[in-house]
Design a protein around this ligand. Structure first.
Ligand code: 8OZ
Length: 366
């Protein structure tokens, strides 16, 4: 029986253990360019089997928060290369998370101050982070406009180009498609945000179409062994809601199984909140079985609210990888702390979003 601390592989990625740093938005990238201290921040955490970068915009239109990084301009890629070099120097592996926020944005952040784009013109009941006098301020998202059918191929291509940029130029070991947390691809999949009547709305097959097209295009760009995906079947994040998530996500993972991904990353329950939701029941074992029965060979990564004990149990129950988000902020040596059953440091909420080195690269190791 493998343990959390045994090496493994996820597609083409060789990982020194099964503990993963989950993507964490930190809003420290003015002009969408990661700061120099991002190299220190990620390298400090390189003992994780795999680091997943903070969510990173695939285009200007894809951006929904102040000071989040991008993967579409040369200065951004040059800055990311410093990060990936530092992580590799420290013996780690790092993939980036490909992000299009869809309707979770604000006109202030959009090209030409236009409306954010979405499957349908339904405003999300959620807030984004803008800076007001340098202070991160939660602000309601703007009314979106529905994407034209003719715009969708361009969005698929933007994912593929960002993936190529990430691997070929910025030196990432791979990419994770952000299909979770109420952002664009999740908006298309779920009934609460998709009222389209074309080939991208209505049936499960239609609602899953954009996610699967993006996945195929990214695989064509960087290879299936370097491509992972993150899904959140029942999250409440960003007003996400689907009337019948079990058959939707079982269909999605059966289709993904045919594509040969490096890993499938599942947020169980409400992102950063309860793992079980009374009004949104979901059978994760059935989801994994649907993937394996359809021939899916990618690593199965579980997430949300794990501690060392729960993670050990998850691996015993057959999870291949366990990702930790918030615990990684204040515990750069989380692998060692879990291994030694050492106490975990608490993060400072005041320095979570925005700012500089404080609360970013100054959390000590044991
Ligand atoms: C917290 C704040 C802003 C963005 C996600 C990218 O939930 C995020 C995010 C999280 O996936």
């Amino acid at each position: 029986m493998p343990t959390l601390f045994d090496p493994t592989t996820a597609g083409d990625l060789r990982l020194s253990n099964r503990i993963v740093m989950a993507p964490l938005t930190r809003n420290r990238s003015p002009n969408a360019i990661p700061p120099d201290i991002a190299a220190t921040y990620y390298a400090q955490r390189a003992t994780a089997g795999l680091l997943i970068s903070e969510a990173t915009a695939i285009s200007h239109q894809a951006q929904g928060y102040a000071d989040v990084p991008g993967l579409y301009a040369p200065e951004q890629l040059t800055a990311w290369k410093k990060v990936t070099d530092a992580v590799h120097q420290a013996g780690g592996r790092i993939v980036t998370q490909l992000w299009h926020v869809g309707r979770v944005s604000h006109t202030e952040l959009q090209p030409g101050n236009g409306a954010p784009v979405a499957p349908s013109a339904i405003t999300a009941n959620t807030r984004t982070v803008l800076f007001r006098d340098g202070v991160p301020t939660f602000t309601p998202t703007s009314q979106p406009r529905a994407l034209e059918l003719s715009e969708l191929p361009g969005i698929v291509q933007a994912y593929a180009q960002a993936a190529r940029n990430a691997v070929d130029v910025a030196g990432f070991d791979g990419v994770e498609i952000h299909g979770a947390n109420g952002y664009l691809l999740d908006q298309f999949m779920k009934t609460g945000s998709n009222q389209r009547t074309d080939a991208y709305g209505g049936s499960i097959e239609n609602r899953a179409r954009l996610l699967l097209e993006v996945t195929r295009a990214v695989i064509d760009a960087v290879g299936s062994g370097r491509t992972g995906i993150r899904l959140s079947p029942v999250t409440t994040a960003n007003d996400a809601f689907d009337a019948n998530p079990q058959p939707l996500f079982e269909y999605v993972v059966r289709e993904l199984a045919k594509l040969g991904l490096a890993y499938v990353h599942i947020i169980e329950g409400a992102t950063g909140g309860p793992r079980e939701l009374a009004d949104r029941p979901f059978d994760y074992a059935a989801l994994k079985k649907a993937y394996r029965d359809a021939g899916g060979k990618g690593a199965w990564m579980v997430n949300n609210g794990y501690d060392g004990e729960l993670a050990r149990k998850a691996v015993e129950a057959g999870a291949d990888l366990v990702s930790f988000g918030r615990p990684y902020i204040a515990n750069p040596d989380l692998v060692r702390r879990i291994h030694e059953n050492a106490p975990l440091a608490e993060l400072d909420k005041k320095t979570l979003y925005g700012g500089g080195a404080k609360g970013y690269i100054d959390y000590p190791t044991l």
